[in-house]
Design a protein around this ligand. Structure first.
Ligand SMILES: Cc1cc2nc3c(=O)[nH]c(=O)nc-3n(C[C@H](O)[C@H](O)[C@H](O)COP(=O)(O)O)c2cc1C
Length: 403
């Protein structure tokens, strides 16, 4: 047995570490968040319930989203060992241009409502980090203002198909004039999905001052102060609206659209065309035959059809069928850099993230979005090294086994 002794100051002193105090509360909060799930927890505390639920929630029983996240969770990585992974390169090319990281910021509506810095903050982080950003038709900052806030960002514009075709054409013209590179046509929303959390919370745009929301103001005073002291929440692409999100979507979107309408889009938009919301092999083939430059396998983050196919599951077959003619991207359920690496290994050119950066935004504005990217970046690098690859091209389906 070792003899015991009283600790001596000389031995204790080298063990004492005084951490520098971070006085800025946002930085302190963000610094403690090690994962996107941590950012989500901070976001939940700092945002009114109905707004957090609008962002975090999905349609009906939220099965589509749960299944997508579960597949990422359940897959197995197969690493190669004894490879030199000292020098790592995470760059790739998306839609013909370089990207520093193999993911993009997916289009999300009403971003300024989640946190007042909104789309400008996301675009600035996109520029700084070399991540492309798709601005939504339902964005709350105009096409031109986003471009002015981040002239160096790679910007794409997402379009829903409008009943009013002239309005759609006008948006495409404005996006092209403001330097947006690609058009993302979202095709999984002929009508709005049933977001039950929103209905239960009485969620409306702009947030209505009801007894419930006024009560909420007492617990989220900063969010409300920011909402009420920044320009009103109008839409970038349409006139003011008052009502639920579902009513808004149903009034705008054209449920009669067919594949023949892609010709109309093609005639108005001369850059790369990306079709977002493909959920079967057959549709992947159809839109690529019709001239899509890229497709996004996506079920809209589970916010439209519930019990929809899990995009990651579909990926290998779609890549095999159309990968030589169009880029295949994927989204829904990405919560970590390891998820992104898995998608790339299964053949995706890029993964798109939606909620991951919105949790960052709600947790700490522009700095929070930056923290989200930093977390994903670190996780991508570590996962690649642990898998034994140095470049994105070295990732292969052999690195991932789906259950
Ligand atoms: C709050 C929110 C708003 C969204 N708004 C749009 C939109 O306006 N247009 C669109 O094509 N997709 C929209 N999406 C779907 C995203 O582009 C993307 O497909 C989805 O978020 C991916 O899933 P993830 O959140 O699990 O990453 C939205 C998603 C969220 C969470």
């Amino acid at each position: 047995m070792n003899e015991r002794q009283l600790p001596r100051w000389g031995e204790l002193r080298p063990l004492l570490r005084v951490k520098p105090v971070e006085w800025n509360p946002t930085r302190r909060r963000l610094g403690k968040a090690l994962t996107i799930a941590d950012l989500r927890r901070v976001a939940r505390r700092r945002t009114p319930r109905s707004v957090f639920d609008y962002t975090d929630g999905a349609a009906e029983g939220e099965i589509s989203l749960r299944r997508a996240r579960r597949l990422f969770h359940d897959l197995e990585f197969h690493p190669s060992v004894l490879r030199d992974v000292g020098d790592l390169d995470t760059t790739t090319s998306m839609l013909g241009k370089p990207a520093a990281l193999p993911f993009a910021f997916a289009p999300t509506g009403f971003t300024r409502m989640m946190q007042h810095e909104g789309e400008r903050a996301v675009a600035r982080v996109a520029a700084r980090r070399g991540v492309p950003y798709a601005l939504s038709t339902l964005g709350t900052t105009s096409i031109e203002d986003v471009a002015a806030a981040a002239p160096d960002a790679r910007k794409w514009f997402q379009l829903y198909v409008w009943r009013d075709r002239a309005a759609g054409e006008d948006l495409m013209r404005r996006a092209a004039a403001a330097g947006y590179e690609a058009l993302i046509l979202t095709v999984d929303a002929p009508v709005a999905g049933a977001r039950l959390r929103d209905l239960r919370n009485g969620f409306a745009i702009p947030p209505a001052l009801t007894f419930k929301t006024i009560l909420d103001g007492a617990t989220h005073p900063v969010w409300w102060a920011n909402l009420l002291t920044t320009p009103p929440l109008t839409f970038a692409s349409l006139n003011a609206w008052e009502g639920t999100v579902a009513e808004l979507m149903n009034s705008l979107f054209d449920p009669t659209m067919t594949i023949a309408d892609l010709e109309w889009v093609r005639s108005c938009w001369h850059g790369p065309l990306v079709i977002k919301g493909i959920q079967t092999l057959d549709d992947a083939r159809r839109v690529v035959d019709a001239g899509a430059d890229a497709i996004v396998l996506s079920n809209h983050g589970g916010r439209q059809l519930d019990r929809a196919p899990v995009p990651l599951r579909l990926l290998p077959d779609v890549v095999e069928a159309v990968g030589d003619r169009a880029q295949v991207h994927v989204d829904t359920g990405v919560m970590s850099g390891a998820d992104i690496v898995a998608a790339l290994a299964l053949g995706a050119r890029a993964a798109w993230v939606g909620r991951a950066y919105l949790y960052g935004l709600m947790a700490g504005g522009e700095r929070g979005v930056d923290r989200a990217v930093e977390i994903l970046d670190t996780e991508i690098r570590r996962t690649m090294q642990l898998l034994g690859v140095r470049t994105i091209d070295e990732l292969t389906p052999a690195h991932v086994k789906l259950p």
